[in-house]
Design a protein around this ligand. Structure first.
Ligand SMILES: C[S@@+](CC[C@H](N)C(=O)[O-])C[C@H]1O[C@@H](n2cnc3c(N)ncnc32)[C@H](O)[C@@H]1O
Length: 228
């Protein structure tokens, strides 16, 4: 999908409190030695030094969701995982400039991080907005919402925890709803989420939501709540 060009954050911006790096992962430049390593346990206590509920976003892009949600819900912590390093860095710079104490981002691949480092039953919510569709059938297994990831989301969420999934790709939406009913029935019925009227230019959940609305592309929005 075409993306708008992204400027690198000014070197004077301190990213060390907001950006963590999955080392050994090929997409990051070798020079990022000053960044924090990823802790073995990704939980509120280790990441933020408190026990506030932790919400996870996978594929944060330019970080609008993390920046807005960490402001509107200051009693929760927010962790983003973004595989493209320059986007993770851009998001970290936004969070740093906004002085967010309750949001951080990891530059790395969500698959293994969610599976191996997030304690079971610990998450308040998982957010996946406008994941890359991987149109070709042989590439479908690269989708971040797939049979194995939804089982991980279910395992990592606390009872009552939420999984939000929005996309503008009808096939991705329909096949995911069908797959969740078959693979993770503990998620219960899909709950439709409503489009909110925006009151200013950045009043959208994510940049891709803004882009879809501006181009009048329909968006399919759903939430699941893990049964207790
Ligand atoms: C189409 S963009 C949507 C960005 C943002 N959620 C939005 O709605 O504006 C999908 C994002 O997911 C990221 N992504 C893809 N695979 C990922 C993975 N395995 N782990 C983390 N991020 C991933 C991409 O780099 C990209 O930034």
């Amino acid at each position: 999908m075409p993306r708008s060009p992204l400027r690198s954050p000014r070197p004077s911006i301190d990213l060390s409190k907001h950006l963590m790096l999955m080392r050994g992962y090929s997409q990051h430049p070798a020079a990022e030695e000053t960044l924090a390593d990823i802790p073995t346990q990704l939980c509120s206590e280790v990441l933020f030094g408190n026990d506030a509920p932790l919400e996870l976003e996978i594929g944060s892009g330019k970080g609008l969701f993390l920046k807005t949600a960490s402001e509107t819900t200051p009693e929760h912590n927010f962790l983003g995982i973004e595989i493209v390093h320059k986007y993770a860095k851009h998001t970290a710079a936004r969070l740093s400039k906004a002085q967010r104490e309750n949001a951080r981002i990891i530059s790395g691949d969500a698959g293994p991080l969610v599976a191996d480092r997030i304690p079971d039953g610990s998450l308040e919510a998982v957010h996946v907005y406008f994941p890359d569709p991987w149109w070709k059938k042989r590439h479908r297994k690269r989708r971040v919402v797939n049979e194995s990831s939804v089982q991980n989301f279910l395992r990592k969420l606390r009872p009552g925890g939420r999984f939000h999934f929005w996309t503008d790709v009808l096939d991705y939406f329909e096949s995911t709803v069908e797959m969740i009913a078959a693979v993770t029935p503990e998620f219960g019925v899909p709950i439709p989420e409503q489009k909110k009227q925006s009151t200013h230019d950045l009043d959208y959940r994510t940049h891709f939501e803004r882009r879809s609305r501006q181009n009048q592309i329909p968006v399919y929005r759903v939430r699941y709540e893990k049964r207790g």
